[in-house]
Design a protein. Structure first.
Length: 190
């Protein structure tokens, strides 16, 4: 799971390898934004790799995090911005340096990650609900609500447990009485 991007350093957590496949490599990609934009399998996101950015080894020369199954990778040379969407896949091999179909297994693509994800809002005037969603791994952002955007101290978190995560998409459905007044939402990084 891609956890954060700050100062050009990407933090990634990968599942621990099994004894039969002790060698690990992480392949990092720009996410295919055309696939992400499709809603064919909504609410699940279509997560496909786009441009390949590199392969990184846990505790290898390009990983500055000494903890097992945690990587810190300098991605500043790629020109990644807060709105860039990334994804990754981890491969595990029974033979060091040999990640082919005979000796290795690969995880599905990770949930898409952006340091500044887009918050999508759908209003159902018949059911009196608002659906808010954003792409990314679970528990990276808090959704907040405010009825007066000019009052910066009035932002309140939505109740814990109100966010569902399905196939790379976080979803909150809230009800409303009517369309009187304004309601504002924002995502805050945890």
């Amino acid at each position: 799971m891609i956890k954060s991007l700050s100062g050009g350093i990407l933090k990634v957590s990968i599942p621990a390898p099994a004894a039969a496949y002790p060698n690990t490599a992480l392949d990092l990609y720009l996410a295919d934004t055309a696939a992400l934009a499709k809603n064919n399998f909504y609410p699940a996101a279509m997560i496909h790799p786009g441009a390949f950015l590199g392969t990184y080894t846990d505790n290898g020369p390009l990983d500055t995090d000494p903890a097992a199954n945690e990587l810190s990778i300098d991605v500043s040379a790629f020109g990644i911005t807060d709105s860039t969407v990334l994804t990754a896949a981890a491969s595990y091999s029974s033979v060091a340096g040999n990640f082919n179909a005979i000796n290795a297994v690969t995880t599905p693509m990770a949930s898409p990650f952006s340091a500044n994800p887009v918050l999508s809002i759908k209003v159902d005037a018949v059911a009196f609900t608002t659906e808010l969603s954003w792409l990314g791994a679970p528990n990276l952002f808090d959704l907040q609500i405010n009825n007066n955007v000019e009052d910066s101290g009035n932002w309140s978190p939505l109740p814990a447990g109100s966010v569902a995560h399905t196939g790379g998409r976080n979803i909150v459905t809230t009800g409303f009485e009517n369309f009187d007044g304004a309601t504002f939402y924002r995502l805050i990084s945890k």
